[in-house]
Design a protein around this ligand. Structure first.
Ligand SMILES: Cc1cc2nc3c(=O)[nH]c(=O)nc-3n(C[C@H](O)[C@H](O)[C@H](O)COP(=O)(O)OP(=O)(O)OC[C@H]3O[C@@H](n4cnc5c(N)ncnc54)[C@H](O)[C@@H]3O)c2cc1C
Length: 345
């Protein structure tokens, strides 16, 4: 971007009425003693590699780091997943994070939380990586250390030519995806913290930005923000968690239904799957729905529609989903929140 309504593409300067900035994210590095070693890599190096590392440490705060951990574990690598946060997916509900931890541990992924990389050094038996925690330093040995964080790609974008700041973690936009400059919009990873780097949010924001740029009034609905991860089993979180809803001042009611009490869930031996709903107490308006287990990402679409249409727990609890399907747990979770479950003991 070279000025208001001006974009440089190669040697051509294009003029336009509106600009939608969508440069996404880029890998960010961490500085520590040994961060320049060959075996300390970023996501591109890791995913483009021709050989599988026998032992790998994945470090970062990206939500999809768990997909990568599972991927390498499946192919036989020994995987250590370390994060500076107190838990994986710290923004999601405990219902999801406890199951996620159990799932990864059960699959053989070693999880280290509240960790900082202090130092890495090459030794004959591999890369010695010092993981620093409050309790002290733990040294783990691996073939590769991958730093898997991304940051908004704001550099070289010409934001200053528009009067926008290049400082800060990401480009700020409002619910219409407008930046501080009229006619300039931003979407996707460029406009949110790492915890919000999800493709569904990028697409939803793109539609809103495109409509506003063309004169249609549109706004994004934070209650339908969708975070999906294609782990096995899948994770899909829509809208607000209990913590977020409380923080926004709602009087919150929560209900859940495990797949183990669902007819198809029993047939499929889905022991860990669960649906959790979050609603406000007075009218029972659905504010969030979180899914862990098979078909979670498909069911998330039903939740987006339900929340967008301002469905209540009463309506959801009375909805007859096809039988036998895992989706029946969605209405059972609503009935649980109303303290009228059918299948739960
Ligand atoms: C390994 C991995 C796994 C993921 N798994 C999931 C998942 O399971 N679920 C999920 O929801 N999300 C997942 N994500 C996140 C998801 O990919 C991103 O949130 C999404 O791609 C963001 O879309 P975007 O359009 O903002 O940016 P991007 O998809 O990054 O697109 C930005 C584009 O802009 C181009 N560009 C950059 N600068 C310029 C410039 N100056 N001029 C022209 N073009 C430029 C880039 O080359 C790129 O093509 C994953 C990400 C990674 C890395």
């Amino acid at each position: 971007v070279v000025g208001r309504g001006l974009v440089q593409a190669g040697d051509r300067t294009l003029s336009c009425r509106g600009i939608i900035l969508a440069t996404g994210g880029e890998w960010s590095s961490r500085e520590f003693d040994g961060s320049g070693l060959d075996d300390v890599v970023n996501g591109d190096d890791l995913l483009n590699a021709r050989t599988l590392p026998g032992r790998i440490i994945l470090h970062g705060r990206s939500p999809w780091i768990v997909e990568i951990a599972q991927f390498f574990r499946r192919f036989g690598s020994e995987v250590i997943l370390s994060t500076p946060d107190e838990t994986l997916l710290p923004n999601e509900s405990k219902t999801i994070t406890t199951r996620l931890k159990r799932m990864l541990t059960g699959q053989g992924v070693s999880i280290k939380t509240s960790v900082r990389i202090a130092r890495a050094r090459k030794e004959p038996d591999g890369l010695h990586v010092e993981l620093e925690r409050e309790e002290g330093i733990e040294t783990v040995v691996a073939d590769r250390l991958a730093i898997l964080d991304r940051k908004a790609a704001m550099g070289d974008l010409g934001l200053r030519s528009l009067g926008l700041s290049e400082e800060g973690e990401f480009l700020k936009v409002n619910e219409r995806m407008e930046t501080a400059v009229a006619g300039v919009y931003g979407i996707g990873d460029l406009t949110g913290p790492l915890s919000m780097h999800y493709s569904g949010l990028a697409s939803a924001g793109a539609l809103v930005a495109a409509e506003n740029a063309m004169g249609v009034h549109a706004a994004i609905n934070p209650k339908t923000f969708t975070r999906v991860l294609f782990t096995q089993p899948q994770i899909a979180c829509v809208g607000l968690t209990k913590r977020e809803a409380k923080h926004l001042g709602y009087d919150v009611v929560v209900g859940s239904a495990p797949y183990s009490m669902n007819s198809l869930g029993m047939l499929l031996s889905e022991e860990d799957g669960i649906v959790e709903v979050v609603a406000e107490r007075k009218y029972g308006e659905l504010l969030g729905a979180h899914f862990f287990g098979s078909a979670a990402t498909e069911m998330a679409g039903q939740a987006v529609m339900a929340i967008d249409l301002e469905i209540t727990l009463e309506q959801l609890g009375r909805t007859s989903f096809p039988h036998p399907t895992l989706s029946e747990s969605f209405s059972e979770a609503a009935r649980d929140a109303l303290q009228r479950p059918i299948y739960l003991p």
